[in-house]
Design a protein around this ligand. Structure first.
Ligand code: PBG
Length: 304
């Protein structure tokens, strides 16, 4: 089986985790799998926010083309980077057990956002994180921050900013959790839909592959993701809208909280819902419709 992945440290860690789970589930040796690294436009564009460069899809397009061309059999992704609408003929056929979904703060002047000095500079390129930081601390100066983890840590060393926020899951996967100085609470700082969950994309009807993937699919994570992705789809969510959403599964129950904000963090609308995990997608869609109705059309005008 050819496992397609981007070449970043995080992507490779995720591909290796997928391979290890497949080897264990099927009693296969490492040689049964080939990890194929593919560069994507999202990896190459470094000079502007991804929300302006085309948004979601930038990390997935080249991998999907490789699947059409039969150069790879599966593509391993961060669920957070996946558009709600997949190209024809492809599906998300497995989710691995979710890592901690919370955002992590890496602080220099202070260990947490609340303890930063008045007016301190915080770097982030995520519209959701920018809006949530401004909601918590309107006095802070939020600046654009892109690049991989190493680049961001160097910027902190150089004094470009006093702190930055990254996904705890990503930092843990690349073994960099020691740089974290605080973890953001789920209610004050809800994660992006899909954060912390690895998903595997494959060709619809490729039964040899999907049968193998079934053995490593983690059902509760799949249900949480069905809910969060339905919420995103109902809001027509793109990288240009600050949207957060997190579903927690407890046995056959699901609880969801979703949020949209204006980029300046002064206005927001939230929906909370509980229900059966089996109704995950419906719960997410209803929450999205509810938030959209409450926000009204003017909420999105001027900046979306
Ligand atoms: N947009 C990039 C991206 N996609 C997934 C992760 C982290 C890993 C995850 O959420 O599963 C990151 C980096 C970050 O947000 O810190």
């Amino acid at each position: 089986m050819r496992i397609g992945t981007r070449g970043s440290l995080l992507a490779l860690a995720q591909a290796h985790e997928t391979r290890a789970r497949l080897m264990a589930a099927h009693g296969l040796p490492e040689e049964a799998f080939e990890i194929v690294t593919i560069s994507t436009s999202g990896d190459r564009i470094q000079d502007r926010p991804l929300s302006l460069a085309g948004g979601k899809g930038l990390f997935t397009k080249e991998l999907e083309e490789a699947m059409y061309a039969d150069e790879i059999d599966i593509a391993v992704h961060s669920s957070k980077d996946m558009p709600t609408q997949l190209p024809d003929g492809l599906e998300l056929s497995a989710f691995l057990p979710r890592e901690d979904p919370r955002d992590a703060f890496i602080g220099r002047a202070a260990p947490s956002i609340m303890e930063l000095p008045q007016g301190a500079v915080v770097g982030s390129s995520s519209l959701r994180r920018q809006a949530l930081i401004r909601r918590m601390r309107p006095d802070l100066d939020v600046v654009m921050f892109r690049g991989n983890v190493q680049t961001r840590l160097r910027k902190l060393d150089e004094g470009v900013a006093e702190g930055t926020i990254l996904a705890n899951a990503g930092l843990r996967r690349i073994g960099l959790e020691e740089v974290i100085t605080d973890l953001m609470a789920l209610d004050a700082f809800p994660p992006a839909p899909g954060q912390g969950a690895i998903c595997i994309e494959s060709r619809i009807g490729d039964t040899a592959v999907t049968n193998m993937l079934q053995a490593i699919d983690h059902k509760p994570t799949g249900q949480a993701l069905a809910c969060e992705r339905a919420f995103l789809a109902a809001l027509d969510g793109s990288c240009r809208t600050p949207i957060a959403g997190y579903a927690e599964i407890d046995g056959d129950r699901l609880s969801f909280a979703g949020l949209i904000l204006t980029p300046d963090g002064t206005l927001w609308h939230e929906a909370k819902a509980d229900g059966r995990a089996a109704d995950a997608a419906e719960i997410g869609r209803n929450a999205g419709d509810e938030v959209r109705a409450r926000a009204g059309t003017t909420f999105f005008e001027g900046w979306s």
